[in-house]
Design a protein around this ligand. Structure first.
Ligand SMILES: [Fe+2]
Length: 412
């Protein structure tokens, strides 16, 4: 009897908390994280279709194609589903073109791209409301990356250089930017080092001695070994997660970023996102008020150098278009929500003038600091149960991902 009453009470309290959280989340978009449902509806209006199912199906295709080691997806079945639900939406055909190209099925890819272009060309949409920026240029479709150069972002202090790279045999390049900071002692630290041509390596060395290579997020490993060869005198620092992540666990590290023990105290502040599978550490260079971010945020702004077709389409499908934001899958990677929220709060107190993200423009658009608040401020308004609501909603749309994700978490 008493046990029954206690159980009933617990169920009642949980139901009340869940209902309250749902109510508090009623105006938030779960597809465009940080944005409202009104903004989601506005994007759907621009697209001319309700995007909810498009997001679900496109995300399934993207992870099935780009991460087959983690996620099992029947690509043919999902493509058929996507095209039957969105026969007249050009981005659906564009996505099919992307998947076919990545699969090496070039003829099918060209056909799908032609269909996407044909549908888009018939649309009577003002330029500012159009989604045509998602289409690839001829060079992008041919897999020809832009020319790479070293660019000064803050005179004498901060530089950036992008690398355009492909996954395996897939021909369409993604972009990752390195940020080079000259410290007060003249030494250089490279955050998110990327492979660069020798002439650019030499240009960097003319700026000063490269003393540190810092890879401040667990899933970046692609360029560690090559950049160690380019800058043999530099020490390499990663995050502890690199030690267990298969692509990086055999690589050499001189040390790991530690919460409360910044590499350059008083000069470059570190904000460690414990409780996030990325294990990312966001840097803020005090003198230039520059935030340096690896994967936590993506900046998707058409028309700026560094926005490859790959990045534009991938970001759009995960809910970021013409803004800086959190890709919508990240909520399932927050294993300790309160810890993530605490770090976001601390980060937003910092005085930041510009935001440099690894995946985004080489040189950011003006006014990126307000974007940091817009991109992350919403996290501070959530509680743990609201976070659970987001996770539940994500997996309700992607039950196959839930199975694969549990397997990944168990495997570690
Ligand atoms: Fe990344």
């Amino acid at each position: 009897m008493v046990g029954g009453l206690i159980s009933g009470g617990i169920v009642l309290v949980c139901t009340a908390l869940w209902t309250r959280a749902r109510y508090r989340m009623r105006s938030r978009s779960r597809y465009l994280l940080g944005e409202t449902r009104r903004e989601e509806a506005e994007l759907s209006a621009r697209a001319g279709v309700d995007l909810k199912r498009f997001f679900i199906l496109s995300q399934r295709l993207l992870w099935g194609q780009t991460q087959p080691d983690l996620f099992t997806v029947d690509l043919e079945a999902v493509i058929a589903e996507l095209l039957s639900e969105y026969p007249d939406f050009f981005v659906a055909h564009l996505l099919v073109a992307f998947i076919r190209r990545e699969e090496g099925k070039d003829e099918l890819a060209d056909e799908a791209l032609a269909r996407a272009r044909e549908i888009e060309a018939k649309l009577d949409v003002p330029r500012e409301r159009s989604l045509r920026h998602l289409l690839p240029t001829e060079d992008e479709w041919a897999g020809i990356p832009p020319k790479v150069s070293l660019q000064e972002v803050v005179p004498g202090v901060v530089w950036r250089v992008p690398a355009y790279f492909v996954h395996g045999k897939a021909p369409l390049p993604e972009v990752s930017n390195a940020t080079i900071v000259r410290r007060r002692d003249g030494g250089l630290v490279i955050y998110n080092p990327v492979e660069v041509p020798l002439e650019i390596r030499d240009q960097i060395l003319e700026l000063g001695d490269v003393t540190h290579l810092v890879i401040a997020t667990k899933f970046h490993n692609h360029f560690i070994a090559t950049t160690q060869k380019l800058f043999p005198g530099a020490k390499t620092y990663g995050v502890r997660g690199h030690l267990k992540n298969p692509p990086s666990k055999e690589l050499h590290f001189d040390g790991f970023l530690c919460e409360g023990e910044p590499l350059f105290p008083g000069e470059i502040d570190e904000f460690a996102f414990g409780g996030h599978e990325f294990e990312e550490v966001v840097m803020i260079h005090r003198d230039s008020r520059t935030a340096i971010i690896h994967d936590l945020l993506v900046s998707n702004r058409a028309g700026l150098e560094g926005h490859t077709f790959w990045l534009r389409l991938y970001s759009f499908c995960w809910g970021i278009d013409e803004r800086v934001g959190v890709l919508s899958y990240q909520v399932i990677l927050w294993t300790k929500f309160l810890s993530v929220r605490r770090t976001v709060r601390a980060l937003l107190l910092a005085n930041v003038e510009r935001v440099l993200v690894a995946h985004g423009p080489v040189v950011p658009a003006p006014g990126e600091s307000p974007q940091l608040h817009r991109a992350l401020g919403w996290v501070c308004e959530l509680g743990p149960i609201e976070h659970l609501v987001l996770i539940r909603d994500f997996f309700a749309g992607q039950p196959g991902f839930f199975r694969d994700f549990v397997r990944y978490m168990i495997r570690g």
